[in-house]
Design a protein. Structure first.
Length: 70
């Protein structure tokens, strides 16, 4: 089910990603949900898509997610 706000995201996302990355995750997840709503494995697919969107703008250094400098 799509998320309304970042506070609704899974705890593992909220605890590890900075606020901007959470917003990216939320937008990507909700968009992917609409595109894959008929897929039987929707939950896993849209979480993978959301993480891929975050990884386009952030990278993990140790235990911390940091913006990718362009």
């Amino acid at each position: 089910m799509p998320y309304r706000e970042t506070e609704d995201l899974p705890q593992s996302v909220r605890e590890h990603l900075p606020q901007h990355a959470q917003e990216i995750y939320l937008a990507a997840f909700n968009n992917a949900w609409q595109q894959h709503e008929r897929d039987p494995d929707i939950e896993a697919i849209v979480h993978r898509i959301a993480w891929a969107a975050v990884k386009r703008s952030y990278r993990k250094e140790g235990d911390v997610w940091v913006p990718i400098e362009r």
